[in-house]
Design a protein around this ligand. Structure first.
Ligand code: PLP
Length: 422
């Protein structure tokens, strides 16, 4: 990669920041180290990050980090120590030590997301967070909800379930796979609005193609017409920069075990303070109109160690930096997409523009099913991706992680060209 002077100065600066990353001494990573990493300071940063903070299987290249992210060493070590503490101290820990620690976890999350006190609920995942918002929303007869094929299937199914129960009407539409601009996406939503539209489901980063939805602009447009947005930021948090308050969506579901690298089993629900009391509780609650967000989360015994790890995941993430992560993920995506650009048989179904996608991108290969491509990539090239359902043809999704090396991504591009020829 060639850098302009400005870009070069930027990456030069980043090598200084390298020393601020906490590296654990005995860490071992199997990730390939490219020659370019020896000369390019930014590549050197990411190679060191991978080497010092991740212990990966040497058997394959993992490009399926969209399911969940690998925990970096400092987070994994903190998690292991909490697991041990929970098992040494048992209920005494849960009853006496945990409550205060939990309060500081919440404060750290509120500070990280720059939201007001009492606007965040920790859930077990994004599905739970979004179900609390969707099922708790004060639906009225005749209300319509706009969804499209790039939204997450579980959220669509939750709306369909409520439709079967007579609570609302689902209005699905086909989003263009390759919109040319965020404005085209905004217009696509605007075109779907009817006098009965009450809510628009916005998936900030699609899990299928990685398409980025301009949540703020659509929310502003929707609110001016008395319509709410419920935002699914499961793949946005930790992947692309955004400010919840600025985005203005009153209901946002996120998870911490994808791009934030927290142990599996933690999600977040943000509800704007003055909207909390409107939500009906999904779980048993005796004070239904209470404005305390905790009333929405009576989900029983929670994974203490998972929740206590959250500040460690935030610390690690902040030390790397969201802008740097975004730039890195853009680069990794561009490398493999550039590599396959001249192959007629490979159809990339994600727009590459940085306004429209970041690290996640998807493709198809003519004459092969998505599952065949997934299998060939793993069996013949040792690269793990995942086939996703999308229309009749499906697609294959590529999701790098923070430890992914440019050399590994180049291998993907070459493997795809070989598969397309075979
Ligand atoms: C866009 C999107 N929303 C929601 C979810 C659900 O996340 P979780 O499985 O953590 O509940 C996912 C998971 O892949 C997702 O990609």
């Amino acid at each position: 990669m060639k850098y302009s002077r400005k870009e070069f100065l930027k990456v030069l600066g980043s090598s200084v920041a390298l020393s601020s990353i906490p590296f654990s001494g005995n860490a071992f990573a199997t990730t390939a180290i490219s020659e370019s990493s020896l000369v390019d300071p930014e590549e050197k940063f990411w190679t060191s990050l991978a080497k010092k903070n991740y212990k990966l299987s040497p058997d394959f290249i993992n490009l399926e980090n969209g399911f969940f992210g690998i925990q970096p060493k400092p987070v994994l070590e903190a998690y292991e120590s909490y697991v041990n503490q929970v098992n040494e101290e048992g209920a005494l820990f849960a009853r006496r030590t945990f409550p205060e620690k939990f309060r500081s976890v919440i404060s750290r999350i509120e500070e990280f997301l720059k939201v007001e006190e009492g606007e965040i609920l920790i859930t077990r995942n994004a599905t739970e967070a979004l179900n609390i918002a969707i099922q708790g929303y004060p639906w009225k007869e005749g209300d319509e909800v706009i969804v499209n094929q790039l939204d997450y299937y579980s959220m669509i199914e939750t709306f369909q379930m409520l439709e079967q129960r007579g609570k609302l009407k689902v209005k699905p539409f086909e989003m263009a796979l390759l919109p040319k601009s965020p404005e085209e996406i905004i217009q696509a939503y605007e075109d779907q609005i009817t006098p009965n539209t009450k809510v628009i489901l916005l998936t900030q980063v699609s899990n299928i193609t990685g398409l980025i939805t301009p949540v703020k602009e659509i929310t502003v447009m929707a609110k001016s017409r008395g319509i709410d947005t419920i935002t699914d930021s499961a793949h946005a948090l930790g992947h692309i920069p955004f400010d919840i308050k600025d985005m203005d969506s009153d209901f946002v579901g996120m998870n911490l075990h994808k791009w934030m690298g927290n142990p599996i089993g933690a999600g977040l629900l943000y509800v704007k303070k003055d909207r909390i009391q409107e939500l009906e509780s999904l779980f048993g609650d005796k004070d239904p109109k209470d404005g305390n967000i905790r009333r929405l989360g009576h989900i029983g015994t929670t994974p203490f160690a998972v929740q206590l790890s959250i500040p460690h995941a935030i610390d690690f993430h902040e030390m790397v930096g969201i802008n740097r992560i975004q730039e890195r993920m853009q680069l990794l995506k561009e490398i493999w997409i550039d590599e396959v650009a001249n192959s007629d048989a490979i159809e990339v179904i994600t727009p590459t523009d940085s306004n429209l996608s970041c690290g996640i991108a998807s493709f198809r290969i003519e004459g092969k099913t998505d599952k065949e491509v997934e299998n060939e990539l793993l069996d013949r090239h040792g690269i793990f991706t995942v086939a996703r359902v999308l229309g009749e043809k499906g697609c294959i999704r590529v999701t790098p992680g923070l430890y992914t090396q440019t050399e590994d991504i180049r291998k993907l591009g070459k493997a795809l060209k070989e598969i397309a020829k075979s």
